[in-house]
Design a protein around this ligand. Structure first.
Ligand code: NDP
Length: 284
């Protein structure tokens, strides 16, 4: 009886992070599960950095199959994994942990491919030959540089408040394509076809210092952050006549779909899920 009861238990997944209360990941994975006729449990758990190892050990030793890790745990997850995918090694951050057939833990980073999928598949934004600017040089930027350079842009500029971090990133990725790291002052007088905000300024309704003519005609703005209302950077894009000014909700759903594929071997459709989340926040 006990064996039958244990075997009939649902597979368990979770997202760990802090703060985690407003995470959309449980809802996204629930929608993927319904769409693909799968049944599993996916919960959100508040985990501080100092509790990380003990919490992840407990989750996997109790039969958990896979984890998403968000702020501030992605670098700890990269260290925790027994093996990391190439893209996780490059970004030195892991947002997805998966139990392998031999019981070892694989670390992956699906943020970069989530952004590329949202730009190309959902918004028809192709990066070949574009002048691209990334604002910010934190963990998220590290995860998106290589996938962007793979798209053969004309140039990728990383501008950051702390100059050294932008320069270090550019140096680290210079073998992948044309990349420059600089401070915000140095982008004055230049124009870009695609500006990606990867600073956390939007979370505080703030903006990095942006000059008036930074966005080229028919340029696109993309904020990795998202919220119930258009972010400060999305509003900046609209007021500077961006052809499109988008937030990172689509990227969130796309990175989740890639994690779902890694865990379940099935690729869910993302557009219907993005539509559900957008209509829940009153976006057309
Ligand atoms: P980090 O904390 O690693 O980096 C934050 C970056 O923002 C740093 O470059 C920092 O500059 C800069 N910054 C913070 N405040 C300001 C400000 N007021 N003005 C200018 N620059 C500022 O964060 P992450 O890289 O992990 O995340 C960045 C953003 O991306 C967050 O909004 C996060 O929510 C979002 N994100 C979205 C995802 C999605 O799926 N849509 C996935 C991952 C992240 P400095 O180095 O000088 O301190």
């Amino acid at each position: 009886m006990e064996v039958v009861a244990r075997m009939s238990k649902k597979d368990r997944y979770a997202v760990f992070g802090s703060p985690i209360k407003h995470s959309k990941s449980p809802r996204i994975h629930q929608l993927f599960a319904e769409q693909t006729h799968q049944s599993f449990e996916y919960t959100a758990q508040e985990v501080l950095a100092e509790q990380f190892k003990e919490s992840v050990d407990a989750f996997f030793s109790q039969g958990g199959k896979g984890l998403n890790c968000t702020l501030p745990l992605k670098e700890l997850a990269w260290v925790y994994a027994d093996q990391n995918t190439e893209r996780a090694k490059l970004s030195r951050a892991v947002n997805t942990l998966a139990v392998q057939a031999d019981g070892s833990i694989l670390g992956d980073n699906t943020d970069g491919c989530g952004l590329i999928a949202d730009l190309i598949d959902n918004h028809d934004i192709y990066m070949k030959n574009l002048r691209i600017l990334i604002l910010g040089a934190g963990g998220a930027t590290r995860g998106i540089i290589a996938p962007i350079l793979e798209q053969s842009p004309h140039q990728l500029v990383i501008a950051n408040r702390t100059l050294e971090k932008a320069r270090n990133l550019a140096e680290g990725f210079c073998d992948f394509g044309p990349i420059i790291g600089c401070g915000f002052a140095e982008i004055q007088g230049h124009q870009f076809d695609l500006i990606i905000n990867a600073t956390s300024a939007s979370l505080y309704d703030e903006l990095p210092p942006l000059t008036e003519n930074l966005l080229a005609e028919a340029g696109v703005c993309y904020d990795l952050a998202y919220g119930k209302k258009p972010t400060s950077f999305v509003r900046w894009g609209v007021s500077h006549k961006a052809k499109k000014s988008l937030d990172g909700l689509g990227m969130l759903v796309e990175q989740a779909a890639e994690a779902f594929f890694l865990w379940r071997g099935v690729r869910p459709q993302t557009k219907p899920v993005i539509e559900v989340l957008n209509s829940a926040r009153g976006f057309g």
